[in-house]
Design a protein around this ligand. Structure first.
Ligand code: PLP
Length: 363
């Protein structure tokens, strides 16, 4: 099998070393002689894994003691519902900062459970983050929701907003563990694992303890953070394999040098691609404002959105085993995702192809 360079936005590349570990332990987990897939979630074996994975999350992000770490089913979108169900009861209203397709979806889901205040003027051009001085924050909001990295539009926060004491809730599905984050600035951080920290099936939720015990009475137990915190994320049968994979990915991150190392690599990899775009005299075009450009998902267009040329680019890329580069169907074009598992060498291979394609097709 030739070497495949996977730039997919998610489910995305898993580090090669993690595959070797998973293969080795697949049918003999932790010396038990059986797979975790056929092990009771109430067993000592699973309890140990549950603790080990919580511990590595705590170490990597330096999570303060007054935060619970939960592993929940239902992915990122499950948490779009869980957030209002757990938090909106205080005032019945919540602030949503919509900077792309995913935060728009989160806001739409929240409307089912209370009043949603849109902090930014509605738009369908998501190409930056308006200056915080222009935000229409409601001091009465139960919480302020942001998506720290918009996977489809490639818009990433490079700052933590000041919400004037209102709890800040962040969807970090696509930049979780790509850099250090001051967890104490957030009330809740959540994300599906299948991009930067593992595989689909589990959402990682980090919630400040004082925000528990206020779920709406209609909140399903399976989405209720308080119930799940009390049950140590073993309320029902958890997605154990997804948690095993997440644990192995997080331990790999730790062995690489932790989040500072991930951040250094993310800057290096994304700069390589943005630099080619910038130096192409407009042949390649990145729509997002420079201060909000994502280091994880880099959407770009070719030749003023020339779809035929973009198709040719993708075909040529596939021939070189540079795969899953097609832009999201909502925005078209190309999207290169450079999550933690994607290596600098792989990005260099892509960049070399981008330069050659440019030289061949620019007039
Ligand atoms: N939030 C962001 C930023 C995402 O990129 C995604 C998925 O791509 C989701 C939420 C939804 O996650 P899930 O598919 O796990 O529900």
């Amino acid at each position: 099998m030739p070497k495949i360079h996977n730039f997919g936005a998610g489910p995305a590349k898993i580090p090669e070393e993690v595959y070797d570990i998973l293969k080795n332990e697949f049918n003999n987990f932790d010396g038990t002689g059986i797979s975790l897939l056929e092990t009771s979630h109430r067993s000592g074996t699973y309890l140990k894994l549950n603790k080990d994975v919580q511990d590595v999350v705590r170490r990597l992000l330096n999570v303060p003691d007054n935060y619970k770490i939960l592993f929940l089913s239902g992915g990122g979108q499950g948490q779009f519902a869980a957030v209002p169900l757990n938090l909106i009861s205080r005032t019945g209203t919540a602030d949503y900062v919509v900077t792309g397709a995913w935060s728009a979806k989160a806001a739409k889901e929240a409307k089912k459970y209370g009043k949603v205040n849109l902090v930014l003027p509605p738009t369908d051009r998501y190409d930056g983050i308006p200056d915080q001085s222009t935000w229409n924050l409601d001091p009465n909001a139960s919480y302020v929701h942001i998506c720290t990295n918009e996977t489809i539009h490639g818009v990433e926060f490079d700052f933590i907003p000041d919400t004037k004491g209102v709890p800040l809730v962040a969807d970090m599905s696509s930049n979780f563990m790509s850099k250090k984050v001051d967890v104490s600035k957030f009330g809740v951080i959540y994300g599906g694992a299948q991009k930067n920290i593992g595989t689909a099936g589990v959402a990682l939720v980090i919630v400040r303890e004082d925000l528990l015990n206020q779920a709406l009475p209609i909140c399903p137990s399976i989405l209720d953070w308080t119930v799940n915190a009390k049950a140590n994320s073993i309320l029902n049968t958890p997605p154990m394999f997804a948690i095993q994979v997440m644990g192995r990915v997080l331990q790999w991150i730790e062995r690489q040098g932790g989040l500072d190392k991930m951040a250094e690599m993310a800057t290096k990899k994304s700069s390589l691609i943005y630099d080619v775009i910038e130096q192409s005299n407009g042949f390649y075009y990145a729509p997002v404002a420079k201060n909000a450009r994502s280091k994880m998902n880099i959407p770009f267009r070719i030749g003023n959105a020339d779809e035929a040329l973009e198709k040719e680019f993708l075909k040529g890329a596939e021939a070189l085993n540079l795969i899953q580069l097609k832009g999201h169907r909502d925005v078209g074009g190309i999207r290169a995702s450079t999550y933690n598992a994607v290596t600098v060498e792989e990005v260099q291979t892509l960049v070399k192809y981008m330069k050659e394609f440019y030289q061949k097709h620019s007039k």
